[in-house]
Every structure is written in C-alpha cells, then in structure tokens.
Design a protein around this ligand. Structure first.
Ligand code: ACO
Length: 406
C-alpha cells in the first residue's frame, strides 16, 4: 500500500540498485514549497492558502504573483506586476508571419506550444536560466504574451483578423477582447464571463508534480531555458488523460445525448471496459476524494448558466452521470470522483469557446504554476538533471548477423 491507499505492489519493485515505479506512482522527484495536496481529504493549498479562500477572494493575477514569488503581494506590488504585464502583451509583428504559416484548421494547442518555443528566437537576450533579470523578464513576457498567442491561434482557426491587445483591460479581460472582439463593433465585455474565467484560471494555476509540470521541471533540469521548458509542458498538457480531458468530457456528453441519453447504459459500458471507454473527467492519480476544484467549478457552472443564456441540457446530463457514478460500486471501490475538468468544458462552451480551445484555456491558467515550479527548480542547489533509470527486459547479449544471413 502506497500513499492515499493506492495498491502499488504490482508497480513498485526494487531490483538491485533500481526501483521500478511505472508512472511514478510513489516517487517524489523534488521538494517543493509551492502547492500542498492531501488527496485523501480533498485538500488543495497554494503557498499554504486554501484554494476555497483564493477562489472566493483573490484574482488570477494576484494568485499568479503568490505562486511565482511566494507571498501575496502588497497593493503596490500587485499594481506594478499588473502594469509590467500590460506593457508586454503585444507580440512582435514578425510573429504574425509565424501564425500565418500554419494551416487554417491547425489545432490551437500545437500552435501555442510552437509559438512559445519560438519566443526563444525573438528574445535571445533573456535565455540564461541563471540570470535572475533574464528569468524575470521571461516570466513577465510569458504571462503577458500567452493570452495574446492563444487568442491569435483562435482567430487564425476562425479565419478572422488578429486584434491587438487593449491594455485598458486586465489580463483576463484582454484575452476575451482579443478572442471575441470585432474591430468594427463596440465590444461589450461581459463581467460575469470575465469573472468566471478568472476563477477557472485560479483553480488551474498549479497542481504540484502533475504530468505537464513534471515535464517543465525535467526539461528545465537540463538547464534548458524557460520558454523551451514551458513549451514542452504545453505538449504534455495536450493529451486526453491530462489537460485534453476537458474537451473529451464534452465529446462524451454529446455522444451520450446523441445515442438517446441513456446514462446507465453508458456507465455499464465504462464498468465493462468496453473498447476502453472511460468516464472522462473522473478519477485522479492523487485525489481519492472529491477534487476540491471540481466542487468550485460545479458551483460556477450553475451560476454562469443561470446568468448567461439560460440552462444547458448537457449540464443536467453531466449531473445525472456524476450522481449515477457516485452511487455505483465500481466508482466507489476505486475512489473515482469528478476531477476539475468534469464541468469546465460546459462552462467554456457557454462562453463561446470551441472545444479545441478548452485545453488552451487550461494552459493559460496553469502557466504561473509552471513558471513558479521552474524557478524553484532552477534556484534549488539540490537540483540535478532528471534522469530516470529503467529495468532492462530486452534480449541478452548476442552477435551481429550479416543481412544476407538473417
Ligand atoms: N473511468 C473508468 N475507470 C477509471 C477511470 C475513469 N475515468 N479512471 C480510473 N479508472 C479505473 C481504472 O480502469 C482502474 O481500474 P482497475 O483497477 O479495474 O484496472 C482503476 O480505476 C485505477 O485507475 P488507474 O488508471 O490505475 O489510475 P491512474 O492514477 O493511473 O489514472 C487518470 C489517473 C489518468 C486521471 C484516470 O483516472 C483517467 O484516465 N481519468 C479520465 C481522464 C481524465 O479525466 N483526466 C484528467 C485528469 S485531471 C487533470 O489532468 C486536470
């Protein structure tokens, strides 16, 4: 039995001088002061502050500052952070050509990771991972430019012109403007949408050593620069078992609806593991209790649907699915609960985002966590290049055979 009651006996095996721990179920790769999770109790804290308090009282900008610099900012520090970010939201004009090189139907996630990687070619003055000023300006550039890149990727896929940032808006509002604004029309920012998106970004901002964050740290441990490390993290996030789950949930709900809305039939397919069908948005490596972020997202889903355009039949379907699963022995025995992404797709859709943008939104939210973790890693004297071992199970030594004799 490992942490959180996981049965890891079949995965964790010590052989000679290596330990086989497939999927790193029970291996800590670092010490960290950033995020605390108690998966058994369903507790999440950033720098000691409960996620529920940050969700109720903080903003994405303030939470980002907290994660990156370790303390809540004073009013002056927050204002300075905000102003610095507003000054860096523009992309260099040359980067537009970069977007135009992608096919119209390009998925925005690889566009996002490619553009972040390319920042290293546009800002060669700030690549040294051990120069604090370079790291600081890269931090600000990433925080400021990722929403612009994400909005450009979206507009490219819609065949619409790019909109320059409007720095009268804050980070989240500016992103909504660049995504949904029209150059010829007055743009009416919806404060309900902006507030809900801000909250969702707070809930996604860090989650200790998940797949993408571990990727950021692993790539950074070779002393690769911040842009390259974050770009790798975006790739890791794109998979359906990680950040891609939010759009997979909506696909699943659509399929259930189209095939007659029989939730119990779908749940039995999941239990019988028919064609690898999973209940997307359920289960978590660490949480063996209700994901505290999912509870907050569910509440937001209700609020936003009551304010923006009435109800959504898929929300009712999602709630029926959740209830059915929570009462079913299969899910109870395996301690499978909704995770943060069970309800987020529904909210993003109601805001007007197409499903291929959902994981991009996750990336914007997770960015401060990736940056904080990378900075902690690079400044930690105990950091070594990440280099797992393996258990070799291939052929024993044998002699080379010439091609005509094989
Ligand atoms: N639906 C059905 N069964 C599941 C699910 C699910 N969503 N998740 C886990 N299980 C089952 C497994 O089949 C396994 O059953 P078994 O003991 O009969 O073999 C058991 O529960 C344990 O699951 P593992 O796959 O060993 O758990 P692991 O920790 O490796 O996986 C993961 C965690 C990847 C999140 C998994 O629960 C999953 O695939 N969920 C669906 C995808 C998803 O929602 N991902 C988002 C994760 S949160 C995030 O990244 C924001």
């Amino acid at each position: 039995e490992g942490n959180n009651g996981l049965d890891i006996s079949s995965l964790l095996k010590t052989t000679g001088d290596v330990t086989l721990d497939v999927g790193f179920v029970n291996t800590a790769s670092c010490k960290s002061e950033i995020t605390y999770i108690d998966g058994g109790e369903g507790i999440l804290r950033y720098r000691g502050y409960p996620i529920e308090q940050l969700a109720a009282k903080s903003s994405f900008l303030e939470t980002s500052y907290l994660l990156i610099y370790g303390e809540l900012p004073t009013a002056t520090q927050l204002e300075e952070f905000d102003q610095r970010i507003r000054r860096h939201t523009l992309l260099l004009e040359d980067m537009k050509g970069f977007f135009n090189g992608f096919p119209r139907d390009a998925h925005p996630m690889p566009v996002l990771s490619s553009a972040v990687s390319a920042l290293g070619t546009f800002y060669q003055d700030s690549l040294d991972p051990f120069d604090p000023e370079a790291v600081e300006i890269s931090t600000i550039r990433l925080m400021a430019k990722l929403p612009t890149i994400a909005a450009y990727a979206f507009r490219k896929s819609q065949g619409q012109p790019f909109l320059y940032p409007n720095n009268d808006y804050n980070l989240v509002e500016n992103f909504l403007w660049m995504t949904f604004g029209q150059p010829t029309e007055d743009y009416q920012l919806d404060p309900v949408v902006a507030k809900a998106l801000d909250l969702l970004f707070i809930l996604h901002a860090d989650h200790e050593q998940n797949c993408s964050t571990s990727t950021v740290r692993l790539v950074g441990s070779s002393e690769a620069n911040l842009f390259s490390s974050i770009s790798a993290g975006i790739h890791a996030l794109s998979g359906p078992l990680h950040g891609g789950a939010n759009s997979a949930v909506l696909t699943m709900l659509d399929q259930i609806k189209e095939s007659g809305g029989d939730v119990k039939d779908f749940v039995s397919k999941v239990k019988n593991k028919e064609e690898g069908v999973k209940l997307m948005g359920f289960g978590h490596r660490v949480y063996k209790n209700y994901d505290p972020r999912a509870a907050l997202v569910k509440q937001t889903a209700h609020e936003i649907f009551s304010k923006v355009g009435g109800g959504n039949p898929l929300l009712d379907l999602a709630m029926e699915l959740e209830q059915t699963a929570l009462e079913d022995d299969y899910f109870v025995e395996r301690k499978l609960y909704p995770n943060v992404d069970f309800y987020t797709g529904l909210i993003y859709e109601s805001m007007g985002f197409p499903s291929n943008m959902f994981t991009v939104l996750f990336a914007i939210g997770r960015l401060p966590g990736w940056i904080a973790q990378w900075r902690e890693m690079i400044n930690d004297p105990a950091t070594k290049i990440g280099r797992p071992r393996q258990l070799y199970v291939g052929s024993p030594a044998r002699d080379y055979v010439a091609a005509d004799a094989r």
